[in-house]
Design a protein around this ligand. Structure first.
Ligand SMILES: [Fe+2]
Length: 223
Protein backbone atom coordinates (compact mmCIF):
# COMPACT_ATOMS: atom_id res chain seq x y z
CA UNK A 1 0.00 0.00 0.00
CA UNK A 2 2.82 2.34 1.05
CA UNK A 3 4.65 1.50 -2.19
CA UNK A 4 1.57 2.32 -4.23
CA UNK A 5 1.12 5.66 -2.46
CA UNK A 6 4.76 6.50 -3.08
CA UNK A 7 4.39 5.54 -6.76
CA UNK A 8 1.24 7.66 -7.10
CA UNK A 9 2.96 10.62 -5.45
CA UNK A 10 5.93 10.32 -7.83
CA UNK A 11 3.62 10.03 -10.85
CA UNK A 12 1.74 13.13 -9.78
CA UNK A 13 5.01 15.08 -9.29
CA UNK A 14 6.24 14.02 -12.74
CA UNK A 15 2.92 15.08 -14.34
CA UNK A 16 3.22 18.46 -12.63
CA UNK A 17 6.82 18.82 -13.78
CA UNK A 18 6.02 17.92 -17.38
CA UNK A 19 3.21 20.48 -17.51
CA UNK A 20 4.48 24.09 -17.66
CA UNK A 21 3.21 26.24 -14.82
CA UNK A 22 1.26 29.43 -15.56
CA UNK A 23 4.39 31.43 -14.73
CA UNK A 24 6.48 29.37 -17.17
CA UNK A 25 3.85 29.78 -19.90
CA UNK A 26 3.75 33.52 -19.31
CA UNK A 27 7.55 33.66 -19.40
CA UNK A 28 7.68 31.64 -22.66
CA UNK A 29 5.07 33.84 -24.27
CA UNK A 30 6.94 36.99 -23.23
CA UNK A 31 10.17 35.59 -24.68
CA UNK A 32 8.30 34.77 -27.91
CA UNK A 33 6.91 38.34 -28.10
CA UNK A 34 10.40 39.80 -27.67
CA UNK A 35 11.74 37.53 -30.44
CA UNK A 36 8.84 38.49 -32.74
CA UNK A 37 9.39 42.15 -32.02
CA UNK A 38 13.12 41.97 -32.77
CA UNK A 39 12.60 39.96 -35.96
CA UNK A 40 10.02 42.48 -37.22
CA UNK A 41 12.31 45.37 -36.36
CA UNK A 42 15.09 43.69 -38.29
CA UNK A 43 12.86 43.09 -41.35
CA UNK A 44 11.64 46.68 -41.33
CA UNK A 45 15.21 47.95 -41.08
CA UNK A 46 16.16 45.80 -44.07
CA UNK A 47 13.23 47.31 -45.99
CA UNK A 48 14.30 50.81 -45.02
CA UNK A 49 17.79 50.14 -46.40
CA UNK A 50 16.89 48.12 -49.51
CA UNK A 51 13.52 49.56 -50.50
CA UNK A 52 12.25 52.58 -48.51
CA UNK A 53 9.19 52.89 -50.78
CA UNK A 54 8.17 49.36 -49.79
CA UNK A 55 8.48 50.24 -46.11
CA UNK A 56 6.32 53.33 -46.57
CA UNK A 57 3.77 51.24 -48.49
CA UNK A 58 3.69 48.52 -45.83
CA UNK A 59 3.19 51.07 -43.04
CA UNK A 60 0.29 52.73 -44.85
CA UNK A 61 -1.36 49.38 -45.62
CA UNK A 62 -1.01 48.51 -41.92
CA UNK A 63 -2.62 51.80 -40.92
CA UNK A 64 -5.75 50.98 -42.94
CA UNK A 65 -5.98 47.30 -42.03
CA UNK A 66 -5.78 48.19 -38.33
CA UNK A 67 -8.57 50.74 -38.76
CA UNK A 68 -10.70 47.96 -40.25
CA UNK A 69 -9.67 45.49 -37.54
CA UNK A 70 -10.67 47.92 -34.79
CA UNK A 71 -13.99 48.51 -36.45
CA UNK A 72 -14.56 44.73 -36.59
CA UNK A 73 -13.82 44.51 -32.84
CA UNK A 74 -10.72 42.33 -33.20
CA UNK A 75 -9.23 40.84 -30.05
CA UNK A 76 -5.72 41.95 -29.12
CA UNK A 77 -4.34 38.65 -30.45
CA UNK A 78 -6.08 39.12 -33.81
CA UNK A 79 -4.89 42.71 -33.88
CA UNK A 80 -1.32 41.50 -33.36
CA UNK A 81 -1.71 39.00 -36.23
CA UNK A 82 -3.12 41.73 -38.45
CA UNK A 83 -0.32 44.14 -37.53
CA UNK A 84 2.42 41.61 -38.21
CA UNK A 85 0.96 40.23 -41.43
CA UNK A 86 0.26 43.72 -42.81
CA UNK A 87 3.77 44.94 -42.06
CA UNK A 88 5.43 41.84 -43.52
CA UNK A 89 3.08 40.82 -46.36
CA UNK A 90 5.42 42.06 -49.10
CA UNK A 91 8.69 40.94 -47.53
CA UNK A 92 9.34 38.75 -50.57
CA UNK A 93 9.23 41.82 -52.80
CA UNK A 94 12.49 43.10 -51.36
CA UNK A 95 15.11 42.79 -54.02
CA UNK A 96 12.72 42.94 -56.99
CA UNK A 97 13.77 45.85 -59.18
CA UNK A 98 11.49 48.87 -58.53
CA UNK A 99 11.37 49.44 -62.31
CA UNK A 100 9.55 46.10 -62.62
CA UNK A 101 7.22 46.75 -59.68
CA UNK A 102 6.30 50.18 -61.03
CA UNK A 103 6.38 49.34 -64.72
CA UNK A 104 3.73 51.11 -66.74
CA UNK A 105 3.51 48.77 -69.70
CA UNK A 106 2.82 45.05 -69.87
CA UNK A 107 5.17 42.87 -67.85
CA UNK A 108 7.23 40.26 -69.70
CA UNK A 109 6.45 36.64 -68.67
CA UNK A 110 9.70 36.57 -66.64
CA UNK A 111 8.85 39.82 -64.85
CA UNK A 112 5.34 38.60 -64.12
CA UNK A 113 6.77 35.38 -62.69
CA UNK A 114 9.00 37.40 -60.35
CA UNK A 115 6.04 39.44 -59.13
CA UNK A 116 3.79 36.41 -58.69
CA UNK A 117 6.47 34.67 -56.62
CA UNK A 118 6.57 37.36 -53.93
CA UNK A 119 3.87 36.05 -51.56
CA UNK A 120 5.55 32.62 -51.55
CA UNK A 121 8.94 34.26 -51.05
CA UNK A 122 7.51 36.16 -48.05
CA UNK A 123 6.30 32.80 -46.70
CA UNK A 124 9.72 31.25 -47.31
CA UNK A 125 11.40 33.92 -45.20
CA UNK A 126 8.80 33.86 -42.42
CA UNK A 127 8.74 30.04 -42.20
CA UNK A 128 12.20 30.12 -40.65
CA UNK A 129 10.68 31.63 -37.48
CA UNK A 130 8.34 29.30 -35.55
CA UNK A 131 6.51 32.24 -33.98
CA UNK A 132 5.31 33.57 -37.36
CA UNK A 133 3.42 30.36 -38.20
CA UNK A 134 0.01 31.95 -37.55
CA UNK A 135 0.51 34.76 -40.07
CA UNK A 136 1.84 32.57 -42.88
CA UNK A 137 -1.58 31.78 -44.48
CA UNK A 138 -2.51 35.50 -44.32
CA UNK A 139 0.68 36.56 -46.05
CA UNK A 140 0.52 33.72 -48.57
CA UNK A 141 -2.97 34.66 -49.78
CA UNK A 142 -2.91 38.46 -49.86
CA UNK A 143 -3.10 38.48 -53.70
CA UNK A 144 -6.05 36.11 -54.01
CA UNK A 145 -9.05 37.76 -55.69
CA UNK A 146 -12.55 37.34 -54.32
CA UNK A 147 -13.68 35.82 -57.65
CA UNK A 148 -10.92 33.20 -57.58
CA UNK A 149 -8.68 34.70 -60.27
CA UNK A 150 -5.83 35.77 -57.98
CA UNK A 151 -2.65 33.99 -56.96
CA UNK A 152 -0.91 31.85 -55.75
CA UNK A 153 -3.75 29.30 -55.28
CA UNK A 154 -6.80 30.85 -56.96
CA UNK A 155 -8.77 30.73 -53.68
CA UNK A 156 -12.26 32.19 -53.84
CA UNK A 157 -14.51 34.23 -51.52
CA UNK A 158 -14.29 33.21 -47.90
CA UNK A 159 -11.76 30.49 -48.65
CA UNK A 160 -9.35 33.42 -48.58
CA UNK A 161 -8.33 34.25 -44.99
CA UNK A 162 -10.22 37.32 -43.72
CA UNK A 163 -7.04 39.25 -42.94
CA UNK A 164 -5.68 38.55 -46.46
CA UNK A 165 -8.90 40.05 -47.87
CA UNK A 166 -8.42 43.07 -45.64
CA UNK A 167 -4.82 43.51 -46.82
CA UNK A 168 -6.01 43.19 -50.45
CA UNK A 169 -8.34 46.22 -50.16
CA UNK A 170 -5.92 48.40 -48.17
CA UNK A 171 -3.01 47.43 -50.45
CA UNK A 172 -4.90 48.44 -53.62
CA UNK A 173 -6.02 51.75 -52.10
CA UNK A 174 -2.50 52.66 -50.95
CA UNK A 175 -1.01 51.68 -54.33
CA UNK A 176 -3.56 53.79 -56.24
CA UNK A 177 -3.20 56.85 -54.00
CA UNK A 178 0.62 56.82 -54.18
CA UNK A 179 2.65 58.59 -56.85
CA UNK A 180 4.23 56.37 -59.46
CA UNK A 181 7.03 57.36 -61.86
CA UNK A 182 4.56 57.11 -64.77
CA UNK A 183 1.49 58.71 -63.15
CA UNK A 184 0.46 60.99 -60.34
CA UNK A 185 -1.41 59.51 -57.42
CA UNK A 186 -5.14 59.03 -57.94
CA UNK A 187 -7.39 61.10 -55.70
CA UNK A 188 -9.05 59.35 -52.79
CA UNK A 189 -12.42 59.60 -54.56
CA UNK A 190 -11.01 58.07 -57.75
CA UNK A 191 -9.38 55.20 -55.84
CA UNK A 192 -12.56 54.56 -53.84
CA UNK A 193 -14.54 54.56 -57.10
CA UNK A 194 -12.28 51.85 -58.56
CA UNK A 195 -12.48 49.78 -55.38
CA UNK A 196 -16.28 50.06 -55.41
CA UNK A 197 -16.37 49.00 -59.06
CA UNK A 198 -14.32 45.90 -58.29
CA UNK A 199 -16.27 44.63 -55.30
CA UNK A 200 -17.12 40.99 -55.68
CA UNK A 201 -14.45 40.71 -58.36
CA UNK A 202 -11.14 41.63 -56.74
CA UNK A 203 -12.46 42.60 -53.32
CA UNK A 204 -14.77 41.18 -50.66
CA UNK A 205 -17.96 43.31 -50.97
CA UNK A 206 -18.47 43.49 -47.18
CA UNK A 207 -14.90 44.68 -46.68
CA UNK A 208 -15.26 47.28 -49.44
CA UNK A 209 -18.16 48.74 -47.49
CA UNK A 210 -16.20 48.59 -44.23
CA UNK A 211 -13.09 50.11 -45.80
CA UNK A 212 -15.00 53.04 -47.28
CA UNK A 213 -16.72 53.61 -43.93
CA UNK A 214 -13.46 53.71 -41.96
CA UNK A 215 -11.74 55.98 -44.50
CA UNK A 216 -14.77 58.32 -44.53
CA UNK A 217 -14.69 58.43 -40.73
CA UNK A 218 -10.98 59.15 -40.73
CA UNK A 219 -11.35 61.97 -43.26
CA UNK A 220 -14.63 63.12 -41.73
CA UNK A 221 -15.99 63.23 -45.28
CA UNK A 222 -18.60 60.95 -46.83
CA UNK A 223 -17.16 58.99 -49.76
FE1 LIG B 1 1.96 41.95 -52.39
Amino acid sequence: MAVNNERDARASISVKLSRPSDKEEEFNSNVESIHQHLAIKSFLTQMEILDPALLEHSRLVTHYTLLMGRSLGFTSDDERKLLHSSLLHDLGKMGIDRQIIEKKGKLTPQEWELIRAHPLNSVKILSIFPYFRDIIPIVKHHHEWYDGTGYPDGLMGEEIPLMSRMIMVADAFVAMTSDRPYRAALTINEAVGIIRKNKGRQFDPKLVHLFITVVSEELKTPL
